[in-house]
Design a protein around this ligand. Structure first.
Ligand code: LCS
Length: 393
């Protein structure tokens, strides 16, 4: 490993790589479920944790570990725990950090299923939850109960693009002995580093920007310190939501171009957002790179760039929204984000459809909200596609 003092882009290429016996330029795939021991004594040492030899891929695997080391370096944490999906990251965190009767405070506009699993499933095991607008620190303070354990935020939030102040949340968490968890999926470590702002745990749906090619579902949890890391790793092993070596290899491959992909998508997104803001049929645009974003100043403070996710609404409301979704050709009508292709979707009826109607409105997930994930195609083609799609609405 020759990464430590290098810049972020160099770490994307080299950090975490293993020194394999053939000096391969890329991380090899150890496509095996199990590893043999030289002796019974060595096997016993591995199981006792006295040797760091590999045992079984659900517990650890050299290819997966290379990716875990790399993400820990990129996020400046103690260690990474690779999991099968972003949702596996969220549920592993909930189950590792909470016990029966514990309470979580979270962003009301988080990715729908991450809220739904808490309110519909984990409530059966005695977990309590409060979903609020975390952009307002006062609302967080008011929601704290004696049994509050976790403060779990997503910023920018999916799909409202609301921005929560990570450093302010870290101060509240320290004062009240809460564990601060940040879903950093929308930014990736290239644009935002929550652990450096005081968070305890950061996680990613690596399905999005980190892998970046819409061909893998994967997740990663990174803990700032060893005690939390150990708890999370144990829970992942016992839940069995580990990553597969081939999946890890694909993510390592995609990650190498993270900076240039995000730079390009962001450059495109700024132009698309400016185009939308000026269009007579567009009612509103929410993008951190626009001065009109309510937390524009905060975005400059905690994000290294505005990213490539845009939310907007049309003056024609829900009817116009449906027409635009049907009219666009280049933008694929699909959920997910962070790949090289431009995607468009309607959160109220798609990704967030299971959030109860009144909660959706409270969280700002209105019927007219269109979520636009800008890709790296030629920006003129992306703009032309929207322009044409809006023509007869
Ligand atoms: N966190 C955020 C912010 C997400 O956007 C998603 C998925 C997840 C966690 C869960 O990750 P997964 O298990 O899918 O890897 N977001 C999606 C979306 O907006 N459309 O489809 C999936």
């Amino acid at each position: 490993m020759k990464e430590d003092q290098s810049s972020f882009e160099t770490k994307l290429i080299h950090a975490g790589a293993m020194d394999d016996q053939y000096h391969s330029a890329t991380v090899p795939i150890y496509q095996t479920s199990t590893f043999s021991f030289d002796s019974a004594a060595e096997g016993a040492r591995c199981f006792a944790g006295e040797s760091d030899g590999y045992i079984y891929t659900r517990i650890g695997n050299p290819t997966i570990n290379a990716l875990e080391r790399q993400l820990a370096i990129l996020e400046n944490g103690y260690g990474g725990i690779a999991v099968s999906s972003g949702m596996a990251a969220a549920t592993t965190i909930y189950l590792a950090m909470m016990s029966q009767g514990d309470h979580i405070i979270s962003t009301d506009a988080i990715y729908g299923p991450a809220r739904n699993v808490m309110e519909k499933q984990f409530v059966r095991f005695g977990f309590e939850s409060t979903y609020i607008n975390t952009t307002d620190p006062e609302q967080i303070r008011k929601a704290i109960r004696p049994n509050t354990k976790l403060l779990y935020i997503e910023t920018p939030a999916n799909p409202t693009m609301d921005i929560t102040d990570i450093a302010a949340c870290a101060a509240i968490a320290r004062e009240h002995h809460l564990i601060l968890v940040v879903d950093n999926t929308f930014c990736s470590p290239y644009l935002q580093n929550p652990l450096e702002l005081g968070a305890d745990i950061v996680f990613h749906s690596m399905t999005k920007f980190i892998n970046g090619h819409a061909d893998i579902v994967a997740g990663m949890i990174i803990a700032r310190e060893k005690p939390l890391y150990d708890k999370l790793r144990n829970m992942m092993i016992n839940l069995g939501c580990n990553m597969d070596p081939h999946q890890a290899y694909m993510v390592i491959r995609g990650l190498k171009t993270l900076a240039i992909r995000i730079d390009k998508a962001q450059e495109n997104a700024i132009k698309v957002a400016e185009f939308l803001e000026k269009h007579p049929k567009v009612a509103w645009v929410k993008y951190p790179g626009l001065h009109s974003h309510p937390q524009y100043q905060l975005s400059l403070k905690q994000m290294k760039g505005p990213g490539s996710m845009i939310s907007f609404g049309l003056k024609g409301g829900f009817d116009a929204t449906k027409q635009l979704l049907d009219n666009v050709k280049l933008a694929l009508l699909a959920v997910s984000l962070g790949g090289v292709e431009t995607l468009i979707q309607h959160p109220a009826s798609m990704t967030h459809s299971k959030v109860p109607a009144e909660e959706k409105v409270k969280a700002g997930i209105t019927d007219d909200l269109i979520r636009f994930a800008v890709g790296i195609e030629n920006v003129n083609d992306i703009i032309k596609d929207i322009e044409k799609g809006l023509t007869n609405i």
